[in-house]
Write a protein that binds this ligand. Structure first.
Ligand SMILES: [Zn+2]
Length: 345
């Protein structure tokens, strides 16, 4: 699922591409995609509005729309777009063919259209009246739609405040970092990467983290998010942005690298499942204090075999696992390229 860096990249691309454009009509062929309106109501509510800007809150895009003349819903509005697993946004000439995975279209007065493509159909678009002060939906309009967690890159999330927040939380670090009502925008990729950078075990209980370690995690989290924004996000699976793929996937140190050597110590990256999600870490660099090993997770937290004990040692070229990962990445890149061109004929 696209996380903060990926959504920030899409927001930046859209801001350049469609700010100032006027919407003339809209359509959608899959009712659940529109969470606030039916397709006709949505089309009436957006037609005539100018796109004033594009932002982000957590993992969701915010598209700010100007007011229209008359009517009860004439005030300035905001679109919330949650891409979920496979949502993609493309801008192209109106009327050109697209595949059956495009489930919402905004037609622009300049002859282009903004397309929402979503293979798994979990993505959601909402339209709400806008609070001018915050740019968010007015109070009570979009209950439960946006996360309540802090933005990890916001100035007011200082290292000390982050350490204080961790100290007051129960639960494991991996789960907590991904909790959108704790931090908004962090998901599986950047939770794993920041914990590796900070040398903290994903199963560590939050309140047992010492203040110095919490400050290190704060710095690691921000550093990996900033680097990922600069690299336009991680194009794993279906993520791509209107102006092209990201390259952060080439610089991830643990995510989807199980079995490959840790960049720090050379021992193999391990994969466990935490809260139903794949979790990647180095059991050597990211130690769990022995007193904190949760019951039932002995295998998960056991130190791995020595690098020299690995069966793959001495193999020249790629292992079978690496071959299959490379093939999967190539297939995903091909899927994204097809999506960009409007989908298979
Ligand atoms: Zn390591």
């Amino acid at each position: 699922m696209p996380e903060l860096p990926e959504v920030e990249t899409i927001a930046g691309d859209l801001r350049r591409l469609v700010t100032g454009a006027r919407i003339v009509s809209a359509s959608s062929d899959w009712p659940p995609t529109l969470r606030s309106h039916d397709a006709d109501g949505f089309a009436r509510a957006v037609a005539g509005r100018e796109i004033e800007g594009v932002g982000r809150r957590g993992k969701q895009l915010l598209v700010w729309l100007g007011p229209i003349d008359g009517g009860a819903d004439a005030a300035a509005a905001v679109l919330t777009i949650h891409l979920k697993m496979t949502g993609q946004l493309f801008v192209g000439p109106a009327g050109t063919p697209h595949d059956r995975h495009v489930h919402a279209v905004l037609v622009l007065a300049d002859g282009r259209e903004l397309r929402f493509r979503d293979i798994r159909k979990f993505g959601r678009i909402g339209l709400y009246r806008r609070d001018d002060a915050t740019g968010l939906p007015v109070e009570g309009e979009a209950v439960g739609v946006l996360p309540t967690g802090l933005e990890p890159l916001a100035d007011d999330l200082t290292p000390t405040r982050f350490a204080d927040l961790l100290a007051r939380r129960r639960g494991r670090l991996k789960t907590l970092l991904m909790n959108q009502d704790f931090l908004a925008g962090v998901g599986n990729i950047y939770a794993d990467e920041s914990l590796w950078r900070a040398r903290l075990h994903p199963l560590r209980e939050a309140h047992t983290v010492k203040p110095a370690d919490a400050r290190r995690l704060h710095a690691a989290l921000r550093a990996v998010l900033v680097e990922a924004v600069e690299r336009r996000g991680s194009s794993v699976d279906d993520y791509t942005a209107p102006e092209g793929d990201g390259s952060m996937q080439e610089h991830l140190q643990v995510y989807q690298r199980a079995g490959e050597p840790c960049d720090r110590c050379g021992r193999p990256i391990r994969r466990i499942v935490v809260g139903g999600r794949s979790t990647h870490f180095c059991s050597w660099c990211q130690r769990l204090p022995s007193a904190a090993v949760p019951i039932g997770t002995v295998d998960a937290t056991r130190r791995g075999p020595r690098w020299t004990e690995l069966s793959g040692e001495g193999v020249v070229g790629r292992t079978a696992a690496e071959e299959s990962r490379a093939a999967a990445r190539k297939a995903a890149a091909t899927r994204r390229a097809i999506a960009r061109s409007g989908g298979p004929a």
